[in-house]
Design a binder for this molecule. Sequence first.
Ligand SMILES: *[C@@H]1O[C@H](CO)[C@@H](O)[C@H](O)[C@H]1NC(C)=O
Ligand SMILES: *[C@@H]1O[C@H](CO)[C@@H](O)[C@H](O)[C@H]1NC(C)=O
Ligand SMILES: *[C@@H]1O[C@H](CO)[C@@H](O)[C@H](O)[C@H]1NC(C)=O
Ligand SMILES: *[C@@H]1O[C@H](CO)[C@@H](O)[C@H](O)[C@H]1NC(C)=O
Ligand SMILES: *[C@@H]1O[C@H](CO)[C@@H](O)[C@H](O)[C@H]1NC(C)=O
Length: 507
Amino acid sequence: MSCSFVCGWTMDRKAILSWTFLLCLCVMISSAAGANTVLKDEEELEDWSNRKAPTGRIKYNMRKSLNLDQDGCYLQRGKNASLEECGFNATAKTIFIIHGWTMSGMFETWMRKLVSAVMQRENEANVVVVDWLSLAQQLYPDAVNHTHTVGSDIAAMLNWLQDERALPLENVHLIGYSLGAHVAGYAGTYVKGSIGRITGLDPAGPMFEGVEEQKRLSPDDADFVDVLHTYTREALGVSIGIQQAIGDIDIYPNGGEVQPGCGLADVLSLAGNFMEVMKCEHERAVHLFVDSLMNKEHVSYAFQCTDPQRFRKGICLSCRKNRCNGIGYNARKMRKRRNSKMYLKTRAVTPFGGYHYQMKMHVFDRKHSENADPTFFVKLYGSHNDTGNMPVEIADSIGLNHTNTFLVFTEEDIGDLLKIKLTWEGASESWTSLWSNVRKSLMTWNTKPAKAVLEVRRIRVKAGETQKKYTFCAQDSSQTEISPGDSITYVKCRDGWEVKPKKRLPM
Ligand SMILES: *[C@@H]1O[C@H](CO)[C@@H](O)[C@H](O)[C@H]1NC(C)=O
Ligand SMILES: *[C@@H]1O[C@H](CO)[C@@H](O)[C@H](O)[C@H]1NC(C)=O
Ligand SMILES: *[C@@H]1O[C@H](CO)[C@@H](O)[C@H](O)[C@H]1NC(C)=O
Ligand SMILES: *[C@@H]1O[C@H](CO)[C@@H](O)[C@H](O)[C@H]1NC(C)=O
Ligand SMILES: *[C@@H]1O[C@H](CO)[C@@H](O)[C@H](O)[C@H]1NC(C)=O
């Protein structure tokens, strides 16, 4: 698709101008800077659609073997024989994978990865790729319009399977990426009965954000609707992935905004371009889902929280009353509770899961160090491995005479947490603190500034993945004061957070 075509068209349709403008910009940049990259991608693309496929515009390609170079087989509504030929097993799970908008008109490389991961995890399932490429390779608003057509076609296919083979709808799982998520929503709306599960992988935002439930994926479309949001950052008034919560659970990895490993620098260093940055963040939802299929033994959990800022403070690491859930394929159906937003941090590469710790420490100021504004680091020592020094991230600044709560995320499994080292960055290590000291000494006419002294006696820790709570006390109970450049080591002193034993009942 040529860029001028897209750009010319945006002139009179203002609503999607910015989205198309963005893409246009990216296409221009990619064709100018990386014609080779584009070609390479196309070579990798699967083109099942051109191989002895039925003539309809919506095709149901049932994958028959893990060898994805083989064609698979096409299910055709009304043709009993196609079910035999494809070996459709009505008592097994049925998983439909639905792609989104396309500029190339071909399957992108993620499709192969997702299909293969689904087939490996569910080796008896009927895995069907819904191919609506010819309707998706249109101007974005036209492709949006077609989501309705494709969704009702899938509903008709499922109705036929119910009539013909008594297919139990509760065994049906639709997985839709981007526009494909809303296609799945329409399928759920029009099918007779209720589909078991719909997973939306970064459902498309433009023309769906803020519209009524009937016109987008919504919790009514299946018994369980789970959504991963990975690219909800707004640019020029739109975001490519929908920002609002639209499922029974909505998971926002890394806040749903900036995915690790997708930064401009990360991607450009891998011979990418701006298009690749967008693709990296949007497509991350698919890769997180693939990861959840492949890494059954290390389930990543997401935690319910009212907003990403509170999550970043470490306030929300609870699993009580369904407040946490596995992500991706491992998400469990919960009692209907609408629009439950959940968060987690991830690594930049597969396996994406890491380990979350909530830490609380009361910072006492007993020696008039009101202006201390400390920069703290923690280093965790575990039974398997240790972390490096990690900055303590607190939104504003460390509160004095105050209990500070923060989130620590480790990429490695360090095993049981044994020891914590708290370090106050030394004056010489940071130019800002150096400058503030210089300024202080100038202000006080060169009298040596008083050394700031704060006190931290213990650190309370809750591990998100195990839900265990511990209290860590200063290794040397007489050494709880800390100044710039100093460290204090804390060791586990009790399970749980109780500071004092509860009032004992008389024996
Ligand atoms: C399709 O096949 C099933 C079982 O193989 C059979 O019961 C049904 O009658 C067939 N339907 C038609 C329309 O041939
Ligand atoms: C169909 O699927 C069910 C459930 O997974 C399984 O028990 C059965 O063996 C399968 N039948 C065939 C013919 O593969
Ligand atoms: C959507 O598509 C239908 C045909 O499928 C067409 O009649 C209608 O005008 C289209 N709507 C828009 C807004 O393009
Ligand atoms: C903290 O409390 C102490 C008294 O316990 C007081 O002297 C000090 O000024 C307080 N510091 C701040 C920053 O409020
Ligand atoms: C410990 O972690 C480091 C990275 O922080 C890693 O390179 C190393 O392989 C790990 N060691 C073990 C024994 O897991």
